[in-house]
Design a protein around this ligand. Structure first.
Ligand SMILES: Cc1cc2nc3c(=O)[nH]c(=O)nc-3n(C[C@H](O)[C@H](O)[C@H](O)COP(=O)(O)OP(=O)(O)OC[C@H]3O[C@@H](n4cnc5c(N)ncnc54)[C@H](O)[C@@H]3O)c2cc1C
Length: 444
């Protein structure tokens, strides 16, 4: 028996469904909660669950966002997620504070997700400073006068995931199958067939949002370029004495990179990027020693620092899929583009890509066309590649330059920051890419 979701009252969702939801397995109400539906897998192995318009593998931020988009178009959607339901319903803090762009905010507002973030959990970034080595010189970005008075907004990853889960829960035509793993895939012109630990699905479209190490991408025969930086990123929350003035600081020191992101309540989200050996040492040090080291590195700028909660370490591997689509198949989120976090764009790109694909599907629906036609999928591939490839390559090049300690590279690092400050159009271009504010709303 497989739990699929807590389902709201039938009239909670105003949009009409465009395709019938039904199945050959059995849906039944749970005993304690009227809204709990359970899929009884009576036909396991011999019947297909074939009434979904789209099956999404992965209930991470990208998969849930895409499901919310399709659900709002009235399509019947299944999300196959290997984790247990509690992991999605009440995700634990994972140390990640996600910098969301203006475009992401607009998309999340449309999906009724932004309004679910408690105000206290949204921290604006008004200024960003980028520093190099021991030089006091900084490349600075200030918030544009319009555009919510902020460069971007920090929201903790677990807060985003919880809000997405709840918004999906409100869509009766989106079914979440938790503790279910995708195991095999076959694609042809007529349909896509996904095998899972709960049985098989036959559907017009399978979308993989199963992380940068996507197994389903490989099942679809799509290769990806991976770049292992051999470094880890340690994220932690730290309380401070002096105000941060909503300034984010990215400091490329010679043996490590430190980012301090301004949160509410006199806190910083500190992101330390270091080689893997140094990372093990930093993870093993006491809370006091870790905070003291960060304080020393930032020259006491914010007074005494204190570590709050756990440190979390993430290996740094960037991934770019060779193709984002195949027959009746598409990649979204990190499965398509897994960014190095230094430019804070992984989820922002995930949202942008999901939105582009959903808009294509909306167009096809309005004309009564196939929602997974080759031309629609190819357009998504082309557009998302054009939107992501420049920043993906620039980010990797930036990381290479700023982790190279050769004398020439040190000079290049400093020169680049100064050039960035004085070349107005370059700075404006960088601002546009990083904040995703439409040019017309940016200051000159
Ligand atoms: C330290 C750090 C800081 C970051 N900061 C930012 C930031 O500031 N801004 C930003 O935009 N992004 C940021 N990111 C990136 C962002 O966190 C990711 O881009 C985002 O979480 C990716 O979401 P996803 O849904 O694509 O993948 P994931 O979150 O990896 O989710 C994949 C899901 O698929 C499920 N799954 C996998 N395989 C299967 C299977 N076979 N069957 C069923 N289910 C499966 C997994 O259980 C998981 O739930 C940061 C990342 C890190 C590490």
């Amino acid at each position: 028996m497989i739990e699929i979701k807590l389902r709201p009252a039938p009239d909670a969702h105003s949009r009409p469904r465009r395709s019938r939801f039904g199945r050959r397995g059995e849906l039944s109400g749970g005993s304690s909660d009227r809204r709990r539906l359970v899929l009884r897998d009576t036909d396991r192995g011999c019947e297909c669950l074939n009434d979904f318009d789209c099956v999404i593998v992965g209930g991470g931020p990208a998969g849930l966002s895409f499901a919310a988009m399709l659900g709002r178009l009235g399509l019947s959607v299944a999300i196959v997620e290997q984790a247990e339901v509690a992991t999605l319903a009440e995700p634990e803090p994972d140390g990640r504070d996600i910098a969301l762009t203006h475009l992401s905010r607009a998309i999340l507002e449309r999906l009724d997700v932004w309004a679910r973030f408690p105000d206290a959990e949204i921290a604006p970034i008004r200024r960003a400073e980028v520093k190099n080595g021991s030089s006091p010189y900084a490349l600075t970005f200030d918030h544009p006068p319009q555009a919510h008075d902020a460069l971007g907004f920090l929201v903790a990853n677990h807060v985003i995931r919880r809000a997405l889960y709840r918004s999906v829960l409100d869509l009766p035509n989106v079914q979440l199958l938790t503790s279910v793993k995708a195991t095999a895939l076959s694609l042809d012109a007529a349909s896509a067939r996904l095998e899972t630990t709960a049985g098989s699905f036959e559907t017009p479209l399978v979308v993989a949002a199963d992380s940068r190490f996507s197994a389903v991408r490989r099942m679809a025969g799509i290769a990806a370029k991976m770049r292992d930086f051999g470094r880890v990123c340690i994220v932690s929350r730290i309380s401070i004495e002096r105000p941060h003035d909503e300034i984010a600081t990215e400091w490329f020191d010679y043996d490590r990179t430190l980012a301090a992101l301004p949160l509410n309540d006199h806190q910083l989200s500190v992101v330390l990027t270091i080689d893997s050996t140094g990372g093990a040492t930093e993870m093993a040090s006491s809370a006091e020693a870790f905070a003291a080291e960060v304080e020393r590195r930032f020259a006491g700028r914010w007074g005494t620092m204190r570590l709050l909660g756990e440190r979390h370490a993430y290996p740094l591997v960037a991934v770019y899929a060779d193709r984002f689509v195949a027959r009746r198949f598409a990649l979204v989120g990190d499965a398509a583009v897994g960014m190095h976090p230094v430019t804070a764009h992984g989820y922002n790109f995930g949202l942008r890509g999901a939105d582009a694909l959903a808009r294509g599907i909306e167009g096809a629906l309005s004309l009564g066309l196939d929602i997974a036609s080759p031309s629609l999928l190819e357009r998504y591939d082309r557009d998302h590649r054009a939107a992501t490839w420049p920043l993906y390559t620039a980010t990797n090049a930036l990381v290479s330059l700023y982790t190279d300690n050769q004398p020439l590279a040190r000079i290049g690092r400093d020169a680049l920051l100064r050039l960035g400050n004085v070349l107005g159009p370059v700075k404006s271009l960088m601002m546009g890419k990083l904040t995703e504010i439409e040019p017309s709303r940016r200051s000159a």
